[in-house]
Ligand binder design. Structure first.
Ligand SMILES: [Zn+2]
Length: 54
């Protein structure tokens, strides 16, 4: 498999792992979310998970 593909997959995985979590109800929200879609709270925090290395 070409090296380029591997880096692209890694980038996609990183983006997928970045999302916002509501401090109030714990709901997951998209990166672009300004407020929680469940309880409409603005109290969101970033969730950044690192990719597990093989
Ligand atoms: Zn919420």
């Amino acid at each position: 498999m070409p090296v380029l593909d591997a880096s692209l997959i890694q980038l996609a995985q990183r983006k997928r792992l970045h999302y916002k979590i509501c401090r109030k109800c714990g709901a997951r929200n998209p990166m672009s979310a300004e407020k929680c879609r469940r309880c409409r709270s603005y109290n969101l925090r970033w969730k950044k998970r690192e990719i597990a290395r093989r």
